[in-house]
Design a protein around this ligand. Structure first.
Ligand SMILES: C[S@@+](CC[C@H](N)C(=O)[O-])C[C@H]1O[C@@H](n2cnc3c(N)ncnc32)[C@H](O)[C@@H]1O
Length: 292
């Protein structure tokens, strides 16, 4: 039984980092005219209304996107452009009423007129979020339904059925909630298998730091499997702790675009400054875990 709903967490500091990484990757894929596949193994509902009861129950976005201003982050113009564009489309009036999830961000890129042959594969198991996702992606036309495939199936199995893609270029986002502890193991096993079939893909794996040793074990297993070219980007609001739930969150990226580390090296310290809770405990990591 799936209980996690991303609508309670949309726009929080973890989403901010995840979506900055996602957008930088998509920008990089768009630099070449060659088509690519976007595979989102854990899609969520696609778009989130920050005025909703769910979003305001925990109001996590107030410690995330709501604290950031475009003017302070010239390096993040693409990120703010996507958010603004999607809010304009939703006719939400002034300000930011909606926060895009990863499928809405990918939709923004793969539906650009010059990207006719790109494809998106969106997996979501939760029946309500699957329904909302299907509605928000507006795949009514045949052409759009061929371009953006939405499946109520296990995303890790879906990933293995899709690689290597015909396009031979793919960006894979793996973003489980890790509510089930076996998710850590399942993600690593699926990535190792997928990488064996398709080692040139970019795999972006989101992780929460609830117990640091689980994250360390993830990347060490990837390294032991012989996977090379792995970076880690992380943003934390509090020091590691066994009692506080998620204190930090990050991305392990295999085959990152070569510009990504440089951008995050600039942006992460600024995010730390803006998102710190006023106690000086916020921190970031930006490092290569395994060389090319
Ligand atoms: C953290 S949310 C995804 C957020 C989304 N990627 C974003 O950035 O906007 C994780 C989602 O994965 C879904 N989920 C959990 N297990 C899954 C599985 N095995 N396959 C596909 N979806 C799954 C959950 O229902 C939840 O909506």
């Amino acid at each position: 039984m799936l209980s996690y709903r991303h609508s309670y967490h949309a726009g929080n500091f973890a989403d901010v980092l995840k979506h900055i990484v996602l957008i930088e990757c998509l920008e990089h894929f768009n630099k070449k005219a060659t088509p690519f596949d976007y595979i989102d193994t854990h899609s969520g509902a696609g778009m989130y209304d920050l005025r909703s009861a769910n979003a305001n129950k925990t109001a996590e976005y107030k410690e995330g996107i709501a604290k950031l201003k475009r003017i302070d982050f010239p390096e993040l113009s693409h990120y703010f452009d996507v958010i603004d564009h999607l809010n304009e489309q939703q006719n939400s009036g002034k300000g930011m009423a909606f926060y895009p999830g990863s499928p809405a961000i990918a939709h923004h890129y793969v539906t650009q007129p010059e990207r006719q042959k790109d494809k998106a594969w969106l997996f979501e198991l939760h029946s309500s979020d699957f329904r909302i996702l299907s509605e928000s992606m507006a795949t009514g036309s045949k052409a759009m339904a061929r371009k953006i495939r939405i499946k109520q199936e296990d995303g890790l199995k879906g990933l293995l059925s899709l690689v290597p893609p015909v396009s031979r270029r793919a960006l894979v986002l793996i973003d489980p909630s890790y509510e089930i502890k076996t998710d850590y193991r399942d993600v690593v096993e699926a990535v190792i298998k997928a990488h064996k079939k398709f080692n040139s893909g970019t795999y972006a794996i989101w992780y929460p730091v609830v117990e640091r040793k689980r994250v360390d074990s993830m990347w060490r297993k990837l390294k032991s499997a012989g996977i090379k070219n792995i970076d880690q980007y992380e943003l934390g609001l509090a020091e590691d702790s066994h009692e506080m739930g998620m204190t930090s969150a990050g991305m392990i990226v295999i085959n990152p675009p070569w510009t990504l580390k440089k951008t995050l090296n600039k942006v992460l310290p600024k995010l730390v400054k803006q998102l710190d809770r006023g106690d000086g405990h916020a921190f970031s990591l930006c490092q290569t875990l395994v060389e090319e």
